[in-house]
Design a protein around this ligand. Structure first.
Ligand code: AP5
Length: 209
């Protein structure tokens, strides 16, 4: 399963819920890349330069990373891809590697995206995601799950967000048409509460079956 959507559409939030309900591995290229950046691996050092500017990491680096990730045992019983593919080249490569059953496109108004991204806070230890207004932690700036400090992602600054949204429009949005033509696309209205959107997704998946 693939989750498409603009930055801040709620892909990560929904992917976690879907993975839990359908017992799928949740594979998020953004998380894998941020982990590589934090560990200062060769990939991380190369990727950081692009991520800091809100640009896409070169296709080949991401394709190699995802191919390697898909060989891990938890991916063998099915997985949900969050943030991959993001270019036509990545999508074409993916088709060569594996069959895709369904693509969910979470559709959110531009104005909501900015508010969601500037208000996002992530746990520095376990990666749990919150929102200062829509999904606040019980204690300000402290993770409910593990008690560590919450931080703002480096690319959630307004000037970088604008670049990420432009990159999405130019390079990732064409994938909607790519999957529509293959009759595996489901559009999901991405406004509403996290729970409402999840219900829409579950209904769409039932219909699809
Ligand atoms: P990545 O980490 O994938 O970022 P993104 O696509 O920009 O998506 P986000 O993680 O920002 O948003 P999301 O849709 O997951 O929203 P979330 O659920 O967190 O990529 C980062 C960078 O890595 C890229 O810019 C690129 O450089 C590189 N990269 C990654 N993959 C790549 C690839 N394949 N090729 C090349 N480069 C790649 O929600 C956002 C906020 O809203 C949260 O605070 C959440 O709590 C809140 N929220 C969620 N749902 C709702 C709701 N219904 N109502 C109110 N608030 C909500």
């Amino acid at each position: 399963m693939i989750l498409l959507g603009a930055p801040g559409a709620g892909k990560g939030t929904q992917a976690k819920l879907i993975a839990k309900k359908f017992q799928l591995a949740h594979i998020a290229t953004g998380d894998l890349l941020r982990d590589s950046v934090a560990k200062e691996t060769t990939l991380g050092v190369q990727a950081k330069e692009y991520m800091d500017k809100g640009e896409l990491v070169p296709d080949q680096l991401v394709i190699d990373m995802i191919k390697e990730r898909l060989t891990q045992s938890d991916a063998l019983n099915g997985y949900i891809l969050d943030g991959f593919p993001r270019t036509l080249q990545q999508a074409e490569k993916m088709i060569e590697v594996e069959d895709v059953d369904v693509v969910l496109n979470i559709d959110v108004d531009f104005n909501l995206l900015l508010e969601r991204l500037t208000g996002r806070r992530s746990c520095s230890r376990c990666g749990e995601v919150f929102h200062i207004k829509y999904n606040p932690p019980t204690t300000e700036n402290i993770c409910d799950k593990c008690g560590a400090q919450l931080t703002q992602r480096a690319d959630d600054k307004e000037e970088v967000i604008r670049n990420r949204l432009e990159t999405y429009n130019n390079q990732t949005k064409p994938l909607i048409q790519f999957y529509k033509q293959r009759n595996i696309l489901k559009n999901i209205r991405g406004s509403g509460t996290i729970e409402e959107i999840f219900e829409n997704i579950v209904s769409a998946l039932e219909e699809f079956k």
